[in-house]
Design a protein around this ligand. Structure first.
Ligand code: FE2
Length: 429
């Protein structure tokens, strides 16, 4: 039987602010009702409640409850009285909600800024009824696909495939002279495995499987442009929100929004590179529960790296950013002498102003993806967030390192991995 507050951490908190309480219960009837009773007895309203299987024990499940405006004394009494095996809570003020497991991304997929089924008046497909009907269909599929569902297959028509072929062929011509070597290697591998070809728009399910087997990254269908917070949050789970529709056929070399060409021909190949995958996930982990100001910084850093990053190779400047690799014009411009090339400094890149409707006047030059990932971890420690998070690759969940229990569990895992490595080394040396 669960005993009240078997393990309770009560970090300092601001009584006026909101908190998220996580109560771990055993799988037996009536447990949730007992928890609700304690809230009722303390006259504390739950502003949000969610449940999920525990990451620690298959016989347990976690109830995550948001509360607001609870004074310190009531809060302390409440969590002490909870009939749970473990109780933890975020000791932070106004920590924005963030996903803890992949199923939580079902919430994020609704957080669309634009270009779902609705198109702006200046969109090339705005007056094309057939195109708008297609877009609505793609958006509906994205909204209705849940984490538990299989990735749907998309049937692309001849006009759409022709647009893909035009873009694919033109961009690929520029790879040897304008793309970084890691991108070219991954692109060639996608072709060799039969996932990519100019004649067929790849199925996102197959692309996702390829990434999963390479670095653990996965694709999740997006209805349109996802908000910065939700988009970055998904990266923490090695999940990339990816659109499935294609730009209007009248402008094959231009799109005002992300489309399947931008995603597959710009973003996807490098998610198969381990160091780049680690860098991308590090941005995502830093974004979980981040302040709005820090989300802006992280989104700007993402812009100047994952979208518009360049690196220097023997032959000169080479692109690794998806916004460049999916743009015939800017890919040539970014490697020329015309724009300014500055060495990548994460703080400078995170605060640099940039235009969104014209070529970039400034690009930041990275030396290596491995160094970027290391530098990002250090830089992210300076962000205004009073807790740390880590990703559990076995359960694909995010662990908030706030309670002693979670930190001890992580140390045990690290010890276990170290002892395996030690034994391997003893055999090898
Ligand atoms: Fe993008």
């Amino acid at each position: 039987m669960d005993t009240p507050s078997a393990a309770v951490d009560i970090p300092a908190r601001d009584a006026a602010a909101g908190s998220t309480i996580v109560a771990t219960l055993s799988h037996s009837p009536g447990k949730l009702a007992d928890v609700v009773d304690v809230f009722r007895e303390h006259s504390v309203n739950m502003s949000r409640i969610r449940s999920r299987p525990s990451a620690v024990n298959a016989e347990e499940y976690d109830i995550e409850i948001d509360v607001n405006g609870v004074d310190e004394e009531t809060f302390s009494s409440l969590i002490t009285a909870l009939p749970a095996k473990r109780v933890t809570h975020l000791a932070t003020n106004d920590v924005p909600w963030f996903p803890r497991c992949e199923a939580d991304l079902d919430e994020s997929v609704k957080d669309v800024w634009g270009y779902g089924a609705e198109l702006d008046a200046d969109h090339p497909g705005f007056t094309d009824e057939a195109y708008r009907a297609r877009r609505e269909k793609f958006a509906e599929t994205a909204y209705s696909t849940r984490h538990k569902d299989q990735m749907p297959r998309f049937e692309y028509n001849e006009e759409e495939t022709a647009t893909w072929r035009t873009i694919y062929t033109k961009l690929k011509e520029l790879h040897p002279t304008h793309a970084c070597k890691e991108f070219i290697a991954a692109f060639n591998l996608l072709e060799a495995r039969g996932v990519y070809s100019p004649d067929t728009i790849p199925q996102l399910a197959e692309v996702s499987d390829f990434l999963q087997s390479s670095t653990g990254f996965r694709l999740r269908i997006a209805p349109g442009l996802i908000s910065s917070r939700s988009f970055l949050n998904a990266l923490a789970f090695r999940t990339f929100f990816c659109t499935s529709y294609i730009r209007h056929s009248s402008t094959p070399m231009y799109t005002p929004e992300p489309d399947v060409c931008h995603e597959l021909l710009g973003h996807v190949p490098l998610f198969a590179n381990l160091e780049f995958a680690q860098f991308s996930q590090a941005i995502g982990l830093a974004s979980l529960g981040a302040t709005d100001d820090d989300i802006k910084k992280l989104a700007t850093l993402y812009w100047f790296t994952v979208e518009f990053g360049v690196t220097r190779e023997e032959g000169g400047i080479r692109a690794y950013g998806a916004g460049l690799l999916s743009s015939f014009g800017e890919l040539q411009y970014c490697t020329s002498d015309e724009p300014e090339h500055r060495p990548l400094d994460l703080e400078a890149a995170a605060t640099q102003e940039y235009p969104i409707t014209s070529f970039q006047p400034v690009y930041f030059v990275a030396d290596s993806f491995a160094n970027m990932a290391t530098a990002l971890h250090s830089w992210a420690m300076r962000l205004d967030r009073p807790f740390a998070v880590t990703f559990d690759p076995y359960t694909r969940r995010v662990i908030v390192l706030e309670s002693k229990q979670e930190i001890m569990r992580l140390i045990k895992n690290v010890n276990s991995e170290l002892s395996i490595l030690t034994r391997v080394l003893e055999h090898v040396l």
